[in-house]
Design a protein. Structure first.
Length: 162
């Protein structure tokens, strides 16, 4: 079996509500819980890294460290990595790391939910009409009311230098 050379790392926090234990901390929503930080690779259909933490640990804490620890656990044969992270991953140290090529896999293409800051919006608005594609649903039908594009890495990296 040929190893998977290109993978996607999905990083996300999961709140685990609990009523047990006197030392249980409240999460950012004020609920008694624990927090699990998980890194899932859909191409392998597996969680490659998970960290269990007290509920009061913010999902924004140490996103770069989580990515680095995840990368250290990837199987042999991986040559290219992309990552998807929700807004908790909107951290300049993580973006600089992905853009800078310092990882064992070089530059890491990423998708992070971010506020639409002016510099990023300007880069998106500069994309040509040809850069945009319509969504296609699971039945192969084109959804003309929604479109997507892959902005150049310079769009996100321009925010790093701003």
């Amino acid at each position: 079996m040929k190893p998977q050379e290109k993978i996607t790392v999905d990083m996300d926090a999961t709140i685990i509500p609990t009523e047990r234990g006197d030392d249980v901390r409240c999460n950012y929503k004020g609920e008694r819980s624990h927090m699990a930080f998980n890194s899932y690779v859909p191409e392998l259909d597996m969680v490659v890294h998970s960290e269990f933490c007290p509920g009061n640990v913010s999902p924004r804490d140490d996103q770069l460290g989580l990515l680095r620890r995840t990368l250290s656990k990837l199987p042999e044969g991986v040559k290219e990595v992309e990552t998807r992270i929700d807004s908790a991953g909107y951290c300049m140290d993580l973006i600089k790391y992905c853009c800078g090529g310092e990882s064992p896999y070089g530059v890491i293409r990423f998708s992070i939910s971010v506020p639409m800051y002016k510099t990023y919006r300007e880069e998106i608005e500069r994309l040509s009409e040809k850069a945009w594609s319509s969504f296609v649903d699971e039945n192969g039908r084109e959804e003309t009311d929604r479109r997507w594009a892959v902005p150049p890495a310079s769009a996100a990296c321009s925010m790093v230098s701003s």
